[in-house]
Ligand binder design. Structure first.
Ligand SMILES: [Zn+2]
Length: 462
């Protein structure tokens, strides 16, 4: 590897003539280069064949003109550093760095990038031993084109949380998700207005089973206007689409591979799992529904039905009589709670907003959380929701969250698929996140990790 050490000794003034000085300096520089004689000889030969470097060497030996305009065009790029140049047995040297002839630059660039360090590190490495005019820029371009580096770029940071608008009334908008727990499958159903949760056990994981459970839920709470789910096959099936049409609701899906954007349903899954872990699931569910959400000042039951649920601790009959919750106050509390949650989230994740991608022109690389590599390439067909895009890839059209797309760099290898006619993208809408309260406050059975270790629950769960 061509990389001399920088630490040679400067000569003290009393060490005589300029000539000796130069010679000592040159020897010190040479001694510090960990370059084989063979390699140096090759560089020397290439320098002789490099018109630009030869011109600069001639000036370095015989003295540079005073004005830049008087320097031959070939060597003008060296004018600003002329005082640092020296001739070392036919090699042009700037300070302690070998000036690399044009024919060797590509090879040297490759070596500088050994180990696939980033642009800054490569520049620092190069600055220790070699130089040519425009080297910094060439390093930047080389790293920017490196396939390995492009594919192994880290996942983009999370974007700021989008806070959701509170629906107008209970069970207007609901989130649905499937979850597996201790070998059983469940459907979790959450109301975006009240955070009221329903958990239904499924005997099978089919679309029919899911539709049957949803019909039960609709019969209890009314048909929602909007149902949010992920892209599970039960929800994308033809049967589900038929169900949607005949019962008259809008179906919104989250980006595949990006369930975070189905935040409400995802969080209700977490809450549901906490409830399912408890020794008496029904009691846990009742407790959750009857417990006020601190930031909202009312319980899911109060918000959903306008009355408190009778639980085991004694309560005044008055509190069980239906009354309209103070909707205005609740809406303001909801807004504040979501704002607070957004600030916490954005701070915690060090979020960054990603620029919007334009359909048609933008060639992108695609990466998925948990998988390595920005391998797949595609072209943006259209934006189908906030931060969600339909992308044409060589194997078909995919929907992806903005965080899993990045613009392809100039010169980056991409397989550009044929641009299709604007197809049906499903007419999806914005998917938003919402806060769910803490899990219920009831007695629990011991919770174990996979390795069998018992997990100590926080005091409020005990
Ligand atoms: Zn690289």
């Amino acid at each position: 590897m061509l990389c001399p050490d920088l630490h040679w000794q400067r000569q003290s003034p009393e060490q005589n003539t300029l000539e000796t000085d130069v010679q000592v300096h040159a020897d010190a520089v040479r001694a510090s280069w960990s370059v084989s004689d063979e390699k140096l000889e090759a560089l020397r030969k290439a320098t002789q064949e490099d018109v630009t470097l030869q011109t600069a060497l001639e000036y370095t030996r015989s003295g540079w003109p005073q004005y830049k305009e008087d320097v031959k065009l070939a060597a003008r790029e060296f004018y600003s550093v002329k005082d640092e140049l020296s001739d070392h047995d036919g090699l042009l040297v700037r300070g302690s760095r070998i000036v690399i002839p044009f024919s060797h630059r590509k090879d040297i660039l490759g070596k500088i990038h050994d180990g696939h360090q980033g642009i800054q590190k490569c520049r620092e490495r190069a600055n220790q031993c070699v130089w040519w005019s425009g080297m910094g820029q060439e390093i930047k371009e080389m790293v920017g084109r490196c396939r390995h580096c492009l594919e192994s770029k880290p996942t983009q940071r999370k974007e700021p949380l989008i806070t959701s608008k509170l629906p107008e009334y209970p069970f207007q908008k609901v989130g649905v998700d499937l979850l597996a727990f201790r070998g059983e499958n469940y459907l979790s159903y959450v109301d975006y207005y009240s955070r009221f949760i329903e958990i239904e056990q499924l005997s099978r994981e089919t679309a029919e089973e899911v539709i049957g459970k949803l019909k039960d839920l609709f019969s209890r709470h009314g048909v929602p206007e909007i149902v949010v789910s992920d892209n599970g096959t039960q929800f994308t099936s033809e049967k589900f689409q038929d169900f949607r049409h005949s019962w008259g609701f809008t179906h919104v899906t989250s980006s595949p591979r990006y369930p975070q954007s189905n935040g409400e349903a995802e969080r209700s899954v977490q809450t549901s799992k906490t409830i399912l872990k408890q020794s008496d699931v029904a009691l846990a569910l009742l407790s959750y529904r009857a417990t006020p959400i601190p930031s909202l000042g009312a319980s899911p039951a109060e918000l959903a039905f306008g009355r408190q649920l009778r639980t085991r601790p004694p309560s005044l009959p008055k509190s069980l009589i239906p009354q309209t919750p103070v909707a205005k106050d609740f809406k303001e509390r909801d807004r504040q709670a979501k704002q607070q949650q957004k600030e916490n989230n954005d701070r915690r994740h060090g979020v960054q907003s990603l620029p919007i991608l334009k359909p048609g022109e933008t060639t992108v690389k695609i990466k998925i959380d948990g998988k390595d590599g920005w391998r797949q390439s595609g072209r943006v067909v259209e934006q189908c929701a906030i931060r969600s895009y339909m992308v044409q890839t060589p194997t078909g059209i995919l929907r992806r969250n903005r965080r899993h797309l990045r613009r392809a760099s100039t010169g980056e290898e991409v397989q550009i698929p044929k641009f299709p006619a604007a197809g049906d993208s499903g007419g999806a809408e914005t998917v938003e996140e919402l806060e769910l309260p803490d899990p219920p406050d009831v007695k629990t059975v011991p919770v174990c990790t996979r390795s069998g270790r018992e997990v100590k629950l926080p005091l409020r769960f005990q």
